[in-house]
Write a protein that binds this ligand. Structure first.
Ligand code: FES
Ligand code: FES
Length: 200
C-alpha cells in the first residue's frame, strides 16, 4: 500500500426476493434491492419482449402495464411495484394466438423493424382497455411517449383503430391459426433414395 490513501469499496446492494404477478403468473426472484424494473424483467424474469431503448424515459420501448396503467420500466424501481400485476408484450396474446392489437399491427404495417413495437402494443392495449372507441387525438395522446423511427405513425394509428373496431365487435378478428407453427414435415422428410453402400 502506498501511503495511507485507499479506495473505499462500495458494497453491493443487498438482494431481496422481489414478488409480483407477471403475465398472470406469480413470480418470485432474487434481485438487488435497488434494481430497476426493466432489468428485473429482462434479467431475472426473462421477459425479453420488454426492450431497452434509451434507458432515459424518452423512447417508450420499455413500456409495461402495471395494474392496468402503462409505465416506463426503465424509470421504475422494482421495489416500488412489489405485489402488482405486470403485463409485458408476452402477456397480450391468448395462448398461442395473437391479440387483436397484435394482429392489426401486423396487418396494417404498424410494425416494421419492430424494436418499438412491444412498447406501442402495451400503450395501445392500455388505451383500448379503457376506451374502445378512441378518437385520433386520444390515440395520439396515448402513444405520445412512444417513439418509432420507421413507420411514420399513421400505420400505427390505423392499427389501433382497426383493433378498436374488433374490440367494439364491429369487425371480426382474423381466424386464429389452429397451429401457429405447423410442422412442415410432421412425420419427417422422406428418406432420399441413396445408392447402395452410401452412408446414410
Ligand atoms: S428505455 Fe425506457 S423510455 Fe427508453
Ligand atoms: S418499427 Fe422500427 S422503430 Fe418503430
Amino acid at each position: 500500500m502506498v501511503g495511507s490513501e485507499y479506495v473505499e469499496m462500495i458494497p453491493s446492494p443487498d438482494k431481496t426476493i422481489w414478488s409480483a404477478e407477471v403475465n398472470g403468473s406469480a413470480v418470485d426472484v432474487l434481485a438487488p434491492s435497488n434494481a430497476i424494473l426493466l432489468d428485473v424483467l429482462r434479467n431475472q424474469v426473462g421477459t425479453l419482449g420488454v426492450k431497452r431503448g434509451c434507458d432515459l424515459g424518452t423512447c417508450g420501448c420499455c413500456t409495461v402495464m402495471i395494474d392496468g396503467s402503462p409505465r416506463l420500466s426503465c424509470l421504475c424501481l422494482a421495489g416500488q411495484v412489489q405485489g402488482t400485476s405486470i403485463i409485458t408484450v408476452e402477456g397480450l396474446s391468448e395462448g398461442a394466438h395473437l391479440a387483436p392489437i397484435q394482429s392489426c399491427f401486423s396487418k396494417h404495417g404498424g410494425s416494421q423493424c419492430g424494436f418499438c413495437t412491444p412498447g406501442f402494443l402495451i400503450s395501445a392495449q392500455a388505451l383500448l382497455n379503457e376506451n374502445d372507441a378512441p378518437t385520433h387525438q386520444e390515440i395520439a395522446c396515448a402513444i405520445e411517449g412512444n417513439l418509432c423511427r420507421c413507420t411514420g405513425y399513421q400505420q400505427i394509428i390505423d392499427s389501433i383503430q382497426a383493433a378498436a373496431s374488433i374490440h367494439r365487435g364491429e369487425t371480426m378478428p382474423d381466424a386464429p391459426a389452429s397451429d401457429p407453427h405447423p410442422d412442415p414435415h410432421p412425420s419427417g422428410p422422406e428418406e432420399p433414395n441413396m445408392p447402395p453402400g452410401h452412408a446414410r
